[in-house]
Design a protein around this ligand. Sequence first.
Ligand SMILES: [Zn+2]
Ligand SMILES: [Zn+2]
Length: 235
Amino acid sequence: MAVRRVTDMVLGRVGSVLVDVVYPARCAGCGRRGCWVCRDCDAALGRFAPPWCEGCGTPTGLGDCVCSSLPRSLSGLRSVGRYEGWLRHAIVRFKYEEEWARADHLSAALAETLRTWCDLDALVPVPLHPERQRRRGYNQSALLAKGAGKLLAMPVLRALQRIRATPHQVGLRAEERRRNVQDAFAVSSGANLVGKRLVLVDDVTTTGSTLGACAEALLAGGACEVRAVTLARET
Ligand SMILES: [Zn+2]
Ligand SMILES: [Zn+2]
């Protein structure tokens, strides 16, 4: 319920007015008032844009494509940009400092990145374990999925559950991360995924192990293809 209340507040019209009062917008990069990111900080980050690798969304000429390190259960990845600059600060505030008022702005960035994929059936947020969600009060990925889904007129399926609490991935190596999230996700009862093309939504990906484990569960549940979109990418 807490998530629904927060989501309604963030995305509802009355809620938006309240949000403006309680959380006045500030640039995540430089702190300038009146916007969630200013033009200078946005330009300094450089959002990922075509031409890019069709698989992992790495812009041409911007370092190596990471397709070979993506989990095999994922058919593609898109991210707004690297986990640095204003985007990193915005995610940290959104996720750990309760600045959920950033959801609309970050959802719009995600939707923009997703627009080039037009053959999708639904968005699926990466779930938090119920205990972690209770402590945080909301699931940041669900807020992002709801906002982006609204902008793209795409359904959001809460098709996954985290059935095992997993320690934080921070500081773990790739193989440890993969083991850490193995079998941590299951398809929610009643979710009909058969033949669907789905996009997982998360805030940050590092090695893709969480997204890979989620995609495995969705494929096992009948989805025909799973891709992923994240705000930021650490690699
Ligand atoms: Zn700025
Ligand atoms: Zn690639």
